[in-house]
Design a protein around this ligand. Structure first.
Ligand code: NAD
Length: 261
């Protein structure tokens, strides 16, 4: 397919919903061959259908996998290499928010669960994909951190620890792999309207999540939620050759929320 990602292959985790789904649609329209990964098989099917509705010639492989399991990670990496021969881009994005609570009430189970998906899952993906990118001598990775990975948001011990950890992993590996032709960056989204944020608003105000949403965005400089497509545009840029000399950065996409703290 013609486009910015013609003849390129990209793996996207968390592709069954939200930011991963929107990015899959964007990259497919830019010509990428895709390996879409999620633990939710129905979500993956829905994403593939959305892509094929607008880009019927797109090449899309689906892998149902849990990013916290090393054997599942191997499965999605092997699928990408056997299908496309190389991995040009990796959007390392699957994540969960976890329950909101004060630190003293957060609980080790919840903490461990969130860290397993958001941090260990991102590490396992980087470990396997970087081995391949090192061998092939090129590649780009975008890890999904969060505004909660560069600022204190509150009531999110597991999320904060894991997303700050994603920023650390990004900087650390960017230093290691720049010399091998691989660039690694993170994005720090603010509140983007996806299933995760809908769930978060229900936690803030179970009776009236819409009102919680209005209050939430009232302090944002742009006074609105972001759209998944706005994140997809950033990821498309960071994975493209236009961003080839951008390495080890964390790019906020949050309407200016990070400037307020
Ligand atoms: P979402 O809930 O819409 O999508 C997340 C996807 O990840 C789901 O399809 C889910 O099934 C998948 N997933 C969860 N655990 C998994 C696992 N163990 N293995 C495989 N897949 C798994 O959420 P989203 O808003 O699209 O979030 C995507 C990423 O963006 C997350 O890392 C999230 O922390 C981050 N983020 C989102 C926002 C936002 O406002 N939406 C803000 C900052 C950061």
């Amino acid at each position: 397919m013609a486009g910015r990602f013609a003849d390129k292959s990209v793996i996207i985790t968390g592709a069954g919903s939200g930011l991963g789904q929107a990015t899959a649609q964007r990259l497919a329209s830019d010509g990428a061959g895709l390996v879409l990964v999620d633990m939710n098989a129905e979500g993956l099917d829905a994403t593939k259908k959305l892509i094929l509705d607008t880009a019927p010639e797109a090449k899309v492989e689906l892998v149902t996998a849990d990013v916290t399991k090393e054997e599942d990670v191997k499965k999605y990496v092997d699928t990408a290499v056997s299908t496309f021969g190389a991995i040009d881009g990796f959007f390392n994005n699957a994540g969960i928010e976890g329950k909101q609570n004060l630190t003293e009430d957060f609980g080790i189970e919840e903490f461990s669960k969130v860290v397993a998906v958001n941090l260990t899952g991102v590490f396992l993906g980087m470990q396997a994909v970087l081995k391949q990118m090192h061998e092939q001598g090129h590649g780009s990775i975008v890890n999904t951190a969060s505004v909660g990975g560069i600022r204190g948001v509150g009531n999110q011990s597991g999320y904060a620890a894991s997303k700050h950890g994603v920023v650390g992993l990004t900087r650390n590996s960017a230093r290691e792999y720049g010399q091998f032709g691989v660039n690694i960056n993170a994005i720090a989204p603010g509140a983007i309207m996806t299933a995760m944020v809908e769930n978060s608003l229900r936690q803030l105000d179970p009776e009236n999540p819409e009102e919680a949403g209005k209050q939430f965005v009232s302090v944002n400089p742009m006074k609105r939620f972001g759209k998944p497509e706005e994140v997809a545009g950033l990821v498309s840029f960071l994975l493209s050759e236009d961003a080839g000399f951008i390495n080890g950065t964390v790019v906020p996409v949050d309407g200016g929320q990070h400037a307020m703290y």
